[in-house]
Design a protein around this ligand. Structure first.
Ligand SMILES: O=C(CO)COP(=O)(O)O
Ligand SMILES: [Zn+2]
Length: 212
């Protein structure tokens, strides 16, 4: 897909996320890998609901911002993930309500924030390791995400007390993964206190094989 089509698609899907309440205020950022090298990233501080291609920031293949709109303060973690996960074509970071609520729970298991109880969570995310809390924009987020992305071949990471980071083959895939995860977190809260039938190891293994 050309740079212009990717820019148009990124803006359209950011608006779609904003319109449905997955992002509010200036929260969240989205990036896409360009075929010619480099990346487009949403600008810092702006709403995801009102972006045009001219508002997008560009990072060159060497990881340096191209003169123009200032990239998200989280672009370092987007780059770190693109570097260690060459199959990822896009990254979505959201403060969506239920995933962020989940990220605020004390004593989350660091290897996986959500034990699987539906198949699409396993197929789209795998599971969801937790990165400790750091202030937004801190370089430690990039460091810890890179380490986690090397150790766990999954598409989603929960940033403690902050939000979620989701990978996908392209922007559409990353957005679909993020939507599925938010819905899974919502279900987890709806089911709190209920006796949940979790998927068993054989069921999870079958789903992981399908997702490959
Ligand atoms: O979600 C955010 C920080 O974690 C938003 O920051 P940016 O506006 O710089 O992308
Ligand atoms: Zn954030």
């Amino acid at each position: 897909m050309s740079r212009n089509s990717k820019a148009e698609q990124l803006c359209a899907l950011c608006k779609s996320l904003f319109d449905r309440g997955y992002s509010v205020g200036g929260a969240g950022n989205v990036s896409v890998r360009l075929e010619e090298g480099g990346f487009l990233v949403t600008p810092t501080g702006g709403s995801l609901g009102r972006l045009t291609p001219a508002d997008l920031a560009e990072i060159d293949a060497a990881g340096q911002p191209v003169p123009g709109p200032k990239p998200s303060k989280e672009f370092a973690f987007h780059l770190a993930l693109f570097e260690c996960r060459p199959e990822a074509g896009a990254i979505v970071h959201l403060h969506s309500t239920y995933l962020t609520a989940l990220s605020c729970l004390e004593d989350l298991p660091t290897d996986n924030a959500l034990r699987p109880f539906t198949p699409y969570y396993v197929m789209r995310a795998g599971y969801m390791p937790v990165i400790p809390y750091y202030r937004p924009g801190a370089s430690e987020i990039a460091r810890d995400l890179a380490a986690a992305a090397k150790a766990h071949k999954v598409n989603a990471f929960l940033l403690a007390s902050h939000g979620v980071v989701v990978l996908g083959k392209d922007v559409e895939d990353a957005v679909n993964n993020a939507e599925e995860l938010e819905e899974t977190a919502r279900l987890a809260f709806i089911l709190r206190g209920e006796k949940i039938r979790y998927l068993n190891e054989a069921e999870i293994a079958e789903l992981r094989a399908m997702a490959r």
